[in-house]
Design a protein around this ligand. Sequence first.
Ligand SMILES: Cc1ncc(COP(=O)(O)O)c(C=O)c1O
Length: 437
Amino acid sequence: MTKAAIESAAAPTTEPLDLDWVRAQVPSLSQLVNGYPTAFLDGPGGTQVPQRVITAISDYLRTNNANTCGAYATSRHTDQVIAGARAAMADFLGCEADEVIFGPNMTSLTFALSRSIGRELGPGDEVVVTHLDHDANISPWRALEERGVKIQFADIHEEDCTLNMDDLASKINSRTKIVAAGYASNAVGTINDVKTIVRLAHEAGAIAYIDAVHYAPHGPIDVRELDCDFLACSTYKFFGPHMGVLFGKREHLVRLQPYKVRANTNAVPQRWEWGTLNHECIAGITACVEYLAELGRTHVAPDALARGGRVRAPAPTRREMLQDAYTAIRAHERRLMQQVLRGLREIPGLRLYGISDSSRLDSRCPTFAVRIDGHTPLELATKLGQQGIFTWDGNYYAINLTERLGVEKDGGFLRIGLVHYNTEQEVERVLDALRRF
Ligand SMILES: Cc1ncc(COP(=O)(O)O)c(C=O)c1O
């Protein structure tokens, strides 16, 4: 597609969500690179942020910048900012505010938690992880091998990169203390049956630790419905700042012992937060949840809600608005997934790793891992990048999966990762560029 054709392409009018409003919220989407409009198809690596997130971060630094629990105005405001973000994330996750822990990222939070849980584990205990997971949900558990804990790996179905639930079930037994699994794969887009995973863990008396980093921008999370013990996500993957968030059931946060400095409080959840937090980014977290809530309240087509089985509540709570936002996000992403799958099928020499069947879209996110004969993923990503199309190449830290599929030594995959601000025109651009390789 030529630059002129890209610029003149008309926006679709029958969107489940108001895409013009969505894109107007996010200033970075209108940038040009090498004279081309940027197509951010790199959402799984981190998403673009609405202006209100940028404003909240800079407003905090301008007017409230202080440490917590001091006896003066800016410190008290900082306490309120953090409490507000906990409440926002509680609405986002479906839990209580004192079950929300903030940290620098999911990886650090998972290492910190594995250390704490590991204090009670030793030889004879087992942890189950999966080959589908990002290494941030594998290495923190493998670190427990130094205490004599045995790590069991649940396998995948190679043909569609779904988790082999029979294999997972066979690895869980009375010695299993933790089952660590992803909600969705950041490499191939598979959505796991997390509720069943949690049930299998609980039947064996084990803790279920869910990595929802990749799922969070694509679908609503309800930790009570899942009944998981812990669930981690990263706000920079769902339109917020670079931070990690961990939900933990209160009973665990009270009973388990974190490694902590003596002066830190023993109150839950603060005793699970180490050192001074990134207050300005925490201010941005509330703004990103508010963005999604506003999207759900006013920028969703009523028929998209009806098709998603939802009726708009007369005075919706923030959580209901978030659920409505995700109903529309899922509907929009489904359309994009169908378009991508149709287009990829027609590209000679292209292999898609993951679910390719358009009737199984409930089991995948719009995250596509591909290889094209005769080209390395790096070469593909570089050439796309020169045309303003931002994709990713390599293993994206899902290294067990790239090794398991035998592509690690050949550069992994090219990943096309869509989120709700992406358009049909952007999908057509990347398909068109791939056809030309
Ligand atoms: C599925 C998944 N889990 C965990 C992580 C690690 O998250 P963080 O960067 O917040 O440590 C990522 C990051 O890409 C991811 O995609």
